[in-house]
Write a protein that binds this ligand. Sequence first.
Ligand SMILES: [Zn+2]
Length: 406
Amino acid sequence: MLTYKVQLYPNKQQQATLIEQLDICRKLYNKLLEECKKAREKGEKLTQNRTQSFIVGLKNNSMPELKGVHSKVLQMVNHTLWTNIKSLSKLKKNGRKIGHLRFKGKGWYKTINYNQSGFKIDEYKNKITFSKIGTINCRGLNNRVRKNKIKGIILKHTQTGRWFANIQVENVPLVLPKTNKSVGIDVGISSFIVDSDGIRVENPKNIDKQIKKIKVTHRTLSRKKKGSKNWLKAKLQLAKLLEEITNQRKDFLHKVSRFYVDNYDLICVEDLDIKELSQKGNKKNKRSRTLHRHILDASWGQFFNYLSYKAVNADKEVVKVHPKGTTQECSRCGRIVKKNLLTRIHFCPHCDLELDRDYNASINILKRGTGCASILVENRPLVTITASAIVSGQVFSMNQATPSLR
Ligand SMILES: [Zn+2]
């Protein structure tokens, strides 16, 4: 099962309805939990089906407001309760000391779960209609969502007051034409990626700008009195900023990984787990772990995850190779050419090869991943792709242009 996240833009009235429905779900959750607790005190045990059957009774008696919520959504409230009960008892069985399930306070129920029914997607107009709520505008219903079978939609209210729909779709394998092409990918610091076809993907430029903003907001937050109105305001601003960065980064990573899975049958990358380990002992490296670096590190891990699952889904392959010496080795003659972090060019005194340092590394990665000892290495200018070109979709038109780049 795959999940696509799209932002929803409910109007004022819809927002009010959504908030009201969340609260009704919360009350139902608490009510059913209360029934479970009461039963336990009497030494009885309820089941998921039993509490489910309570809902009809509640609708007709003490909680008529339940009628305002789609019936499947109510069922899923019961389902959530039982998922919580089961995971708690599992923890107990494992010998953990834990308390009881708690009632949810106001504002602590954040999802409305439409499972199987009660929704309709209009992908061309970018609208989703929810039963008992209405038609809500959204952004980002892409081609993939159209083709797949939709299993359900979970509406989510975030900390910052925004609404998202997590669209769950059946994982239908993508049939992509085989390209018979392999690529080695080196992730770097000065650029996000340099690959063995000579393509350089730049880091998103806005990272630094956003980090600055985060730092400023952090400072503002720390100067305010905890719990005060201005403190809450700064806190919300910070959360919004982080949410924005996360979404932008994910969008970028999805598009870059899509580009590689569409264009190559075999994608070779370094095994980052090993790389991480070998760098832990390196004190110099530790000191240079700034926030910027931290965000990039997180991005690479996420990028490889996206790459892997997209590849599996399209019957393509991702190979992880040992990272040791990929930068130092000469990709033509295989000898070691020492360089430090500042050396941007690989120049081999043994065979005279002169290449961009990351380009050289990416060819080594390709060699290791394919087991191919000799790969024609040529010195040519790298083709640079900006992050904004990728996000705006211009890179998809590269699909046709790629062969001519070779
Ligand atoms: Zn050489």
